[in-house]
Design a protein around this ligand. Sequence first.
Ligand code: SF4
Length: 635
Amino acid sequence: MPYGYNGKILHVDLTTGKMEVETPPEPFYRKYMGGSAMALHYILHEVPKGADPLGPENLLTIFDSVVTGASISGQSRINVNAKSPMSGGIGDSQAGGFFPAEFKFAGYDGVVFRGKSPKWIYLTIINGEAKLNDASHLLGKVTGEVDKLLKQEVSDPKAQVMQVGPAAEIGVRFSGIVNMANRMNGRTGMGLVMASKNLKAIVVRGRAKPAIADQKALAELNRAGPPNMATNPDMSVGTLGTAGVVMFQNMLGTLPTRNYNEGQFEQAEAISGEKLAETILKQRDTCYACIVRCKRVVEITKGKYTADPLYGGTEYETLGTFGSYCGIGNLAAISHAHQICDMYGVDTISCGATIAFAMECYEKGIITKEDTGGIDLRFGNTDAMIEVLKQIVTKSGKLGPVLAEGSARAAELWGKGADECLVTCKNEESPAHMPQVKRSLALIYAVNPFGADHQSSEHDPYYEEGVAQFNLDRLKEMGLGEPQPARSLTPEKVRFAYLTQCFYSMMDSLTLCQFVYGPTWGLYGPNDTARMVKAVTGWDVTVDELIELGHRRIALMRTFNAREGFARKDDKLPKKFFKPLVGVGPSAGVALTHEEMDTALDEYYKLAGFTNQGIPTPKTLKQLDIQWAAEYLPT
Ligand code: SF4
């Protein structure tokens, strides 16, 4: 009997309804450990070159890891992967909550979906027994309603539900997959892939908690948690949630404002975590077994914009994309927008950023009231933002069908220089951390296999002169000890970007939360992360082995993308990031240069063992013990 995991992966052929259980050997689990590294093993082997992301030949994979469900903070997360309908390259998205742990307790470590069901169905996995059920009665219903209905149908209020919302059913490209009605695998269009298979939901419940190899060692780590909460200043994420960073980002000049043209927002305070806590916070929430409790639950019962606590509360990213990106300082309206996204199941980053993009196009005259159906789509127009959002999630009105495709496709349709207003990398809208200021993040936005992502490496302030000793001590555990000047992209900064990218990549394989196991500011540091994996699985893992796992995942993703025709030409940033920022604050006038990005790319490819076109070499794949992947490299 393995420690930490079930040793079982469920394979579901949706076309035929046939289900099979695979029991991979321990070396398979040790090599990939779970999450997207494990997913890529199946996707790269089976999804044919040039496959339609929304066709039956695409795979949809949902994976826990070997530590999901263990009784310690930050492990209850789950990864979804498939070929992305946003980029045409690999898609990847992670979410937390109680679903991931319950999925493990239901008896499986992952599920691989193939084909397409002839009718809408949902999958139940209850105590190891998997069954496909008719879902036609669930269509068109919002996520909160479906969550309730499915719990009733399995007669268990403690069952956990993962589902696509009505937006995915009608083809909104940046649809996510929602669990608990308030957690989301939001990025890269994974909800649309799930809907393309006529798979409405997955319901799980189980009592099979995998055994832990060293309960005593795990208890010791658990005992260190509360003192770490008290002494680590970054653990304010528990009290204010991710919303707590709004004022810090604003101070740095890295709060994207009016579609990323400025780095400081004059109404930042009105949308801050502090304001949220003072006014609309109902309670804090958590994921399974996590003591950090960073999740917000808000409630607004009066006024034009309401918020139902069922849908949780806004994260920093949502405050950015629907707030400062759109020039909107109305916390109630942003909370309402967040709720609409959760109810209909769309990614708040892509959705809010796409509206901000349309606002800039309108302000520049690229689109007019004729294109908007009469909506005065200026920055700061709160009612217009909500109206356009409603059009997007229902694909209605003049703008809904266009913007439901995301900003990159809308720019192509509109032409007239609309691409100058984009903030996309590989068609994925950029999150609310400005790469002009955090320059190592610029490199990661460019090279990340699934587009701009703020959770794929550590951010620059943690490796710049003046960084707190606490954070630096953690980085030293992974061989990083020379902080660099602010806003630099030196070779050492590139090394920081690469190594921390490998660390974060490992976390997306072990499906760990970055607020708990980050390389600098999490509840636990790199050495503790290795200790935790060892305690749960009994494997004698080291930080180096974990970093190699992260590297393996990146190389597999880059191999998938290379086979689809991606190369250096696709590791690029939007034009906007090379223009000086306007407005006020420390980032006014700041811009990236093409020269520094080119040099950084060369340096990064060398460190990662890729060609100067950004493609993994056969030698690198061999070193990473995935030589089988070489057959998928372009010739
Ligand atoms: S830190 Fe927050 S997001 Fe991460 S596991 Fe804990 S409650 Fe969930």
